[in-house]
Design a protein around this ligand. Structure first.
Ligand code: GDP
Ligand code: MG
Length: 454
């Protein structure tokens, strides 16, 4: 979802004239991306209409930047889509203990997230506890027990009883007596037949009357999110969503669908396997990531100031950008030298830990600085630069990949105090980027991306 919308915006920003047609095309692509992500047609139509309203209103004012307005409109519309308009139930330490039931398919992260959730409220002064009502998966109780012990949370379960409803009811009763004020019920995510799973969820909910049912989804399910969420919503009244595995490569586009299907908000995101890897959901960074924009609010400026100072200036004053590589890119068919890669690295380091925004510089995001690995990425870049410091001018300015033969590689390794394999890794990276950049072309005016617009 993110990448297709970003592509649409980038194309929009490189269009020389932004007219009705360019806007229409851009909106159509955004629409298609949303539909492909299984967001309901009604919702998508609403988004499209709203964007049109905002944009056409603003285009009336002279001197406004339409591309930027569209970008903002898409951003705020996606934020709005993630806001179902009513907040989720929040556990209270009132007279009666809160009951929260977790549902979701097997592997989505329920058991792990239950414990994280308990721990979160434990820190807030609650006395949470866990019930294992998953009798389908062998070892389910052991897993919950282990997590609960790690998080120092009381728990209830049974190796003998096979009826999840009975366990849930008994668990509530027992844990209430023990003085727990937040009882969390973990459930099964699989059954011999799907219908049986939903029937089981309905029965557990009916017997335990949870204050909140949380639908847990894996960030990577994408298109399947709507169907899954809807299926659960039809059997139990889902009131909140948690998106897990946000530390992976998926950026959680499916959350939009889950929110649409359940009409409930995302409340937390899971960011790792560890008990502490649970974050309160924050819509703006989430949407930024979805759109591949990094933290838009704070970072657009940084990008403009640091990465593209010359290009941005050139855009205003019709001058040649003095970022040589970008200038060359404008010509197309760029032959990347090691020296220009070195200079690009310098730019990147100046930007600090905002690797996600490197999508502006093609090739750098995906492998060199993968999402969530800015530190590693920076360390790698510094290592590469140290290696390049031991290269001769001729080597740095060469565009012949064969120049760096065995004996040169060994010499550079020795000179930089690195191993031969490190030098080779750097050269591999160079080859990969050189290949990619040779195919790139950006417009002469330096309008490489919507992010450079003001
Ligand atoms: P369940 O079948 O829904 O109960 O899912 P589990 O809680 O057993 O989780 C399935 C797998 O996903 C386990 O290996 C978890 O450690 C892992 N997992 C859960 N949440 C996260 C997360 O936020 N990040 C990562 N990386 N792994 C997670
Ligand atoms: Mg489980």
């Amino acid at each position: 979802l993110g990448s297709s919308i970003t592509r649409a915006l980038v194309r929009m920003s490189s269009a020389t004239v932004v007219d009705e047609k360019a806007l229409g095309d851009c909106l159509n692509e955004i629409t298609r991306a949303l539909l492909q992500s299984d967001v309901r047609f009604e919702t998508v139509r609403g988004v499209q209409a709203n964007i049109r309203n905002i944009v056409s209103l603003d285009t009336l004012a002279a001197g406004t930047n339409k591309r930027r307005i569209i970008q903002r409109a898409v951003f705020s519309e996606l934020c709005a889509m993630l806001d179902p308009g009513k907040p989720a139930f929040v556990p209270t330490k009132a007279n009666k203990p809160s009951v929260v039931m977790f549902v979701g398919l097997q592997g989505s992260g329920k058991t792990t997230t239950c414990a994280k959730y308990a721990r979160h409220y434990h820190r807030k002064g609650f006395r949470p506890s866990l019930v294992c009502a998953d009798t389908f998966r062998a070892g389910a109780f052991d897993q919950l027990k282990q997590n609960a012990t790690k998080a120092r949370i009381p728990f209830y379960g049974s190796y003998m009883e096979s009826d999840p409803v009975k366990i849930a009811v008994k668990g509530l009763e027992t844990l209430r007596k023990e003085g727990s004020d937040l009882i969390i019920i973990d459930t099964s995510g699989r059954h011999k037949q799907e219908a049986a799973l939903f029937e089981e969820m309905r029965q557990v909910a009916q017997a335990t009357k949870p204050d909140l049912v949380i639908f847990v989804m894996d960030a990577s399910i994408g298109q399947a999110a709507f169907g899954q969420a809807q299926a659960f919503k039809q059997s139990v009244s889902v009131g909140a969503v948690i998106v897990t595995k946000m530390d992976g490569h998926a950026n959680g586009g499916g959350a939009l669908s889950a929110v649409a299907a359940t009409k409930s908000p995302v409340i937390f995101i899971g960011t790792g396997e560890h008990m502490d890897n649970l974050e309160v959901f924050d819509v703006k960074p989430f949407v930024s990531r979805l759109l591949g924009m990094g933290d838009v609010a704070g970072l657009i400026h940084k990008i403009q100031d640091v990465v593209m100072p010359a290009a941005a200036a050139a855009d205003d004053q019709h001058q040649q950008p003095d970022n040589q590589l970008l200038a060359q890119l404008a010509q197309g068919g760029t032959l990347l030298t090691l020296r220009s890669m070195y200079e690009q690295f310098q730019y990147l380091l100046k930007m600090g830990p905002i690797g996600q925004l490197l999508s502006m510089l093609p090739g750098f995001t995906s492998e060199l600085m993968a999402k969530g690995q800015d530190k590693e990425g920076q360390a790698k870049i510094k290592r590469y630069m140290t290696i390049m410091d031991s290269m001769t001018d001729a080597e740095l300015d060469s565009t012949n990949p064969k120049l760096m033969n065995e004996s040169r590689v060994i010499r550079v390794a020795r000179g930089s105090g690195r191993q031969v394999k490190d030098v080779r890794a750097m050269l591999e990276e160079y080859k990969r980027l050189a290949k990619m950049w040779s195919k790139m072309k950006i417009p002469k005016n330096g309008k490489m991306s919507h992010l450079t617009q003001n």
